[in-house]
Design a protein around this ligand. Structure first.
Ligand SMILES: O=C(O)[C@H](O)COP(=O)(O)O
Length: 147
């Protein structure tokens, strides 16, 4: 696989996830703020899980100081589309976070929601391809990789 770029969320845990591979294949990590985790709210939410669940049913729900699912999905999609529409790149690694990744996947597979987000592993790996201008997403991570 000819990896040409690594683009990551600026969050430390995202950069640390890909650092070793970046060194191994001698490819710099490009930082893209649009890959940051979705901000659910600026307030402390003791019932955050319940609130998060509702955001998968109502994509326009916006909690105080937070982003709606639609807004978060749109910003990660911009990064992905920038990559896909660039004819000079073949394979690109995008490093992001669970909630916003699930919102991206939901755009290609509308059955992917709260329950699927809960079942994601950490880390998890998905392959997005764009043959003949059709999006196809496939999970590459295998449960046996979990330690
Ligand atoms: O949505 C999530 O699962 C949390 O933000 C943790 O995700 P991360 O570890 O992928 O950042």
């Amino acid at each position: 696989m000819n990896i040409q770029r690594i683009i990551s969320s600026p969050f430390v845990r995202a950069v640390q996830t890909i650092e070793r591979l970046s060194k191994k294949i001698e490819l710099e990590i490009e930082i893209d703020k649009r890959l940051s985790e979705r901000r659910l709210s600026s307030e402390d939410l003791p019932d955050w899980l319940e609130k998060l669940k509702v955001t998968y049913d109502d994509f326009d729900l916006k909690l105080p100081g937070g982003e709606s699912s639609r807004e978060a999905a749109a910003r990660i999609r911009q990064t992905v589309d920038d990559v896909l529409l660039n004819d000079n790149t073949d394979t690109v690694i995008i490093v992001t976070h669970g909630n916003i990744l699930s919102l991206l996947i939901n755009q290609f597979d509308n059955h992917f929601g709260f329950d699927q987000w809960r079942k994601m592993s950490n880390p998890d790996v998905y392959l997005l391809t764009y043959p003949n201008e059709n999006y196809h997403i496939e999970r590459m991570w295998k449960e046996e990789y979990n330690v």
